[in-house]
Design a binder for this molecule. Structure first.
Ligand code: FES
Length: 315
């Protein structure tokens, strides 16, 4: 469900990062959210981008997001950076792929670069609830990192800045942090893929930890797409449609006037999750957990494909 919002403030947070405060542009209250949630912002026709919510439910009449201008992105972030207060936008209701665990234990929050956005909201909530946490903030330089002084003010020594580390020192740093984790601790990481991969590897060595990951942009080094076409049968209408090599399920269905809700089209937001009734998906997303992939009962039809000749979908 889309909501109409107005940008009420735009702030420079770092050379490439702006933050935006959005409020309802009609009389309807904004849909609520929990820490870790994101909204999909329709930046232009056919271009939506997912941005994590930084604010907490303390000010539910606003959505606070931050956008890094990606030089090699597909244009969505650059367009966001041209917007000024007063601009109207459509945003989705918040979706949460990265919730705080319940029960919580101690939270070890790790943010890399613009990955600070969901982590900041989580830290605020934990601080408000008086729950134990530490926030490790990794970035190339302090100047390139958003919100540093606000984070220091709000969280004091719970903020552990780790700026300017090269790859091997990042590995040592995280190794030390995770090595010190205790039973029941939860580790949350949001940042670039190499950081997430490193966190995943290191966390696997410490069974005391439960790991939670949030990807904020799709990586480009997935295995190459398998060759060949497959068929998709739509259970509700009984139609069978061939998906040729090199085209996504959503694209081909759109050619047949079958619209599936999408946003990121990169397998990270969850907008297009569809139930699988038969067949085995070739999962290409970064959203579902390994267990969810293994269950093979749902798939992201924007990027995922089929291992066998036929998938039956609940569409
Ligand atoms: S549209 Fe975002 S996961 Fe498919």
């Amino acid at each position: 469900v889309s909501q109409k919002v107005r940008i009420v403030s735009v702030q420079d947070e770092a050379p490439d990062i702006k933050s935006f405060i959005l409020e309802s542009a009609d009389d309807k209250p904004l849909a609520g959210f929990e820490p870790g949630a994101h909204v999909d912002v329709k930046v232009a026709d056919g271009i939506s981008r997912s941005y994590s919510l930084i604010n907490t439910t303390e000010c539910p009449h606003q959505y606070h997001i931050a956008v890094k201008r990606e030089a090699d992105g597909r244009g969505g972030s650059a367009m966001m950076h041209t917007f000024a207060p007063g601009q109207l936008l459509d945003v989705s209701e918040p979706r949460n792929n990265f919730p705080l665990a319940d029960p919580r234990g101690r939270s070890i929050l790790v943010a890399g670069g613009i990955g600070i956005t969901p982590i900041y909201g989580m830290a605020k909530s934990l601080a408000q609830a008086g729950e134990p946490f530490e926030l490790h903030y990794l970035a190339r330089t302090e100047e390139a990192a958003a919100f540093v002084s606000a984070l220091k003010d709000e969280f004091g020594d719970r903020l552990r800045p780790a700026f300017g580390l090269d790859a091997s020192r990042v590995s040592d740093y995280l190794g030390d942090v995770l090595g010190a984790a205790k039973n029941g601790d939860h580790l949350y990481i949001c940042g670039p893929k190499p950081l997430m991969d490193l966190g995943r590897d290191l966390a696997a060595r410490n069974p005391a930890l439960t790991l939670h990951l949030e990807y904020f942009s799709a990586d480009t080094d997935l295995d190459p797409l398998p060759k060949g076409s497959f068929q998709v049968k739509l259970a509700r209408s009984g139609r069978t449609i061939t998906i040729p090599e090199g085209r996504s399920i959503v694209d081909v269905l759109a050619d047949h006037d079958i619209e599936v809700e999408t946003s990121c089209e990169q397998g990270i937001c969850g907008a297009c999750l569809t139930k699988v009734l038969e067949g085995t998906p070739d999962h290409r997303d970064m959203l579902l957990t390994d267990e969810e992939h293994a269950a093979n009962d749902q798939m992201t039809v924007c990027v995922s494909r089929s291992i066998g000749p036929l998938l039956v979908l609940d569409l």
